[in-house]
Design a protein around this ligand. Sequence first.
Ligand SMILES: Cc1ncc(COP(=O)(O)O)c(C=O)c1O
Length: 417
Amino acid sequence: MTRSFSPPVVLTGLGVAEDNLLENTPSKWARRQPPFKVMEVLKKGRELEREGRRVIHFEVGEPEFPAPLAIVKAGKQALDDGHTGYSEALGIPELRIAIADDYQSRFGIDVDPSRVAVTTGASGALNLLFSVLLNPGDRVLMPDPGYPCNEAFVRLVGGEPIRMPVDEHTGFQPTAKIVNEYWTANTVGVVLATPSNPTGAMIQKAQLTAINEFVAERGGFVMVDEIYQGLVYEPDVTEVATSSLGIEPNLIVVNSFSKYFGMTGWRLGWCVVPDGLIEALERAAQNLYIAPPTVAQYAALAAYSSEGFRVLDERRVLLQQRRDLMHRGLIDAGLEIPLMPRGAIYLYANISSLGTDAETFSARLIDDYQVGVTPGTDFGSYLARDHVRFAFTADEQHIREGTEKISHAVRRFQNEV
Ligand SMILES: Cc1ncc(COP(=O)(O)O)c(C=O)c1O
């Protein structure tokens, strides 16, 4: 007999369950938390697949390649060698050293391993960092559109996320002028991402320097999420194509084994922090989740080999070809793409000319065409209803087939106007 999950309790108003016996639960934070829409689309796609339908996935931000063989082998070896217990809270020393050495060997940036904290994905790093950086009421600036979970992390520790609208006029990245406009007496820091999710936009070196100077004068922090660091195509000399640490060694940098290294499910990431923060981070890690996953750490060591980088680099070239193919397909379908991304794995398209909004567009694509895409409303509110994110991680055949279906859907929307 196949078992299924009971249907969820119906939520009303702010999301308070009707038959909830504990009046004050879930917490205000939990009630306020919107669903991560990409995961909802993915869930719907998986349901359709279980019914035997074929679904094309352009929604989820996950390279379709499994972890490289060398990493998988090292993971298996770690199990055989009995590395199944807790590690140090900041990660095994070998991996902290390998990460620090890699900044030197690939980017010529000097990082002391003592400033590296290995975490449970970039998510774990962001969570830890906000818990040691913020006091209740502190404001943190972040771009809109931008990675939505940062809002949740900031709110969890009583902080207030403040979105800075960005669009094609500033290359979908904040400038020092914008940071200045949004900075108030309660603001303590800025979170940036380069290349960014959902636009793939890269930050200009000059802007990062100016933002850093502005924030440093006010005693704040600048955190740069570099999770898509290895996935940069055609780097431009004016942009930060490697690590922001090359611009300013005292920035806080977040990274992960999820995307470039193809290890999303291993839940492993890291951050590099200024000396003064590492001890607080260690105590926070010990208390919040004890240690990052040990087997994953031994596996990740294998990424730092010439064979590891050879495979990863081949994949980067493949992703660039997929970006180009999907870009052409979406343009041919009649969508407008304001920025050709030089990094990450997403195309952010403007659908406003179709006379519909992003959520209706996404819902129709999954329901009628079995193509998963993510509405811009997942990434903020600024012009979000006009935009949809497409991940170009599927293989060529799926991209061709998916963009043809999108073309059909677009014609239907246009005929309805
Ligand atoms: C910008 C950004 N930061 C952080 C994350 C979280 O990644 P991880 O899997 O390392 O927790 C993601 C995931 O998509 C992301 O796009």
